[in-house]
Design a protein around this ligand. Structure first.
Ligand code: TYD
Length: 218
């Protein structure tokens, strides 16, 4: 049996993560790979409670340090209750965001000291980093324009606008932060150009995945 992969998908607001996760799901089904889709913040009942606290509400409800601790507590439970048990049972895990989002949003975006963010990651994530992190890269003026529509592809209205409401320079910092992470972690992270058709972005993701699947042949 091949080793199940833990894959996280990252990117700025409006990068098209949702669409790509749907296309990736279809591909995994076609390959008859057992997988779960999960997300951060959230991914297990206790972490979903924390999600509601951090993603709804006003911009100044939490400062950067409070956010770091809330997202990290949610991640700890997500790992313990969902991610690690799935991997142990041979199931792939696809997570919509993971710890790199904290490095970028709370570290770079909110200005929390990078060393302190890393210390929390060591405590919370330890050795359990994803095998592959796909970072969807897009110019924030394009990405924010997409998510400002505030309506998902399925017609559901987006209630979670706390981050989308922050100014453009915040989103530019976020983009730069993700690019830096991709450069620093070349073994784990891949930067994917998200300013393209959904089909082309998907094809690039699958190319990256196939490189990893060769590493773990069935
Ligand atoms: P998400 O549901 O992925 O929303 P979006 O569709 O906007 O990408 O994530 C919700 C918000 O939570 C998103 O704006 C980024 C933020 N976030 C952090 O600030 N830190 C974190 O550690 C995580 C996981 C998310």
């Amino acid at each position: 049996m091949s080793k199940p992969l833990f894959i996280s998908i990252e990117g700025g607001d409006g990068a098209g993560k949702g669409t790509q996760i749907r296309l990736l799901s279809k591909w995994l089904q076609a390959q008859q790979i057992d997988y779960i889709l999960t997300r951060e913040p959230g991914g297990c009942p206790s972490a979903e409670v924390l999600r509601k606290l951090v993603v709804e509400g006003e911009d100044d409800d939490w400062d950067g340090v409070s956010e770091l601790l809330l997202y990290s507590a949610a991640r700890r439970e997500h790992l313990r209750k969902t991610v690690l048990p799935a991997l142990k049972s041979g199931t792939w895990v696809i997570s919509d965001r993971f710890a790199d989002s904290t490095t970028v949003y709370q570290g770079v975006g909110r200005g929390v000291d990078a060393e302190q963010v890393n210390q929390i990651h060591d405590l919370v994530v330890g050795e359990n980093w994803p095998d592959l992190t796909l970072i969807l890269d897009i110019d924030p003026t394009v990405g924010i324009g997409r998510s400002k529509a505030n309506v998902h592809a399925d017609g559901q209205v987006n209630q979670e606008t706390r981050f989308e409401n922050l100014d453009l320079s915040f989103h530019e910092k976020v983009r730069e932060g993700f690019i830096r992470i991709a450069k620093k972690n070349r073994g784990r992270c891949v930067l994917i150009n998200a300013d393209d058709t959904p089909e082309n972005v998907h094809l690039n993701i699958i190319k990256e995945l196939e490189k990893r699947v060769e590493i773990y042949p069935a």
